[in-house]
Design a protein around this ligand. Structure first.
Ligand code: SF4
Length: 289
């Protein structure tokens, strides 16, 4: 039998709905059929990703000192302390924020992270899923399965548009990560495949047009804090989808639009560090320093 192939999220939704299963199971099966690895091996590899993600939250939080470029100084620790001291409420939002900061800071300090889908956007998926685990007591196995859903969405985006800031701006990096995280979260929360797709669409729509303008060409400003903002974007998208609020524009059309917007962006706003925040007087000052 010819293995199932997919190039759209809608195909994943239809296949999962038809078989009465989840998108994660369909993506895992696709991975088995296309990689010639066993299901156990594939699950083990994804489990390792999850372990690295969790470790990067812990180590990013405990990290001493500044990032490599010195543009961000213990942002995650500051946020965490603000939670502990009651300056900000201890809730799903604040936990997601500090975890996203921790992983993104760890990345900017040469720590070991999972590029999900890229290094610049590495904090979003771990923050959303780790917070979901904490809030809803999901076990590791459940979280690992949800990563296959995130991967499926990421695969379609990479194929139809891009997950590269140099190609499509930050919408392609952090926007894609937000869509992947929102989709994984909805599946974890028991949402059917259509709601998973809706969450991805809502998250990505809200990131369209986001440019890539890293100060000094370093993945620090605006990247690290942007991970926390886009992680929260995922929570909103997941909540909207779970509440049954649809996306007028389906995910596959949003992905196509994202690709077109990326191609229309001037080169200076696609990771060249020549436009936007990178070209501000302060941005240039830090670059020169
Ligand atoms: S601004 Fe550019 S370098 Fe920074 S996370 Fe976004 S895409 Fe990556």
């Amino acid at each position: 039998m010819t293995p199932f192939q997919f190039s759209t999220v809608q195909e994943l939704v239809e296949k999962a709905s038809y078989e009465g299963t989840t998108i994660s199971q369909i993506v895992a099966q696709w991975e088995v059929e296309t990689s010639n690895l066993s299901r156990e091996k594939i699950f083990e590899k994804m489990s390792n990703n999850w372990k690295v993600m969790k470790k990067s939250i812990e180590e990013g939080l405990q990290k001493e000192g500044q990032t490599m470029g010195g543009l961000v100084n213990k942002a995650a620790a500051h946020m965490y302390n603000a939670i502990l001291t009651g300056i900000v409420p201890q809730d799903r939002l604040s936990k997601t924020i500090y975890k996203a900061l921790a992983v993104a800071e760890f990345n900017a300090s040469m720590g070991c992270i999972v590029a999900a889908p890229t290094g610049g956007s590495c904090g979003i998926i771990p923050a959303v899923l780790s917070t979901a685990q904490e809030e809803y007591n999901f076990n590791d196995e459940q979280i690992v399965w949800s990563l296959f859903t995130a991967a499926g969405i990421g695969l379609v985006i990479a194929e139809k548009a891009s997950v590269s800031g140099a190609e499509g701006g930050c919408q392609a990096e952090c926007g894609s990560a937000a869509a992947m995280a929102a989709a994984a979260l909805v599946e974890l929360l028991g949402g059917p495949p259509q709601k998973v797709a809706t969450a991805a669409a809502l998250a990505l729509k809200n990131a369209l047009g986001l440019v890539c303008d890293p100060v000094g060409g370093l993945v620090e400003v605006p990247c690290i804090k942007r991970n926390s903002f886009l992680a929260v974007n995922s929570l909103v998208a997941a909540d909207l989808a779970m509440a049954g609020i649809p996306s007028l524009i389906p995910i596959d059309e949003v992905i196509t639009a994202m690709g077109e917007i990326g191609r229309a962006l001037p080169e200076s706003l696609r990771e060249r560090a020549q436009g936007g925040l990178a070209a501000t007087p302060t941005g240039k000052k830090y670059k020169n320093e």
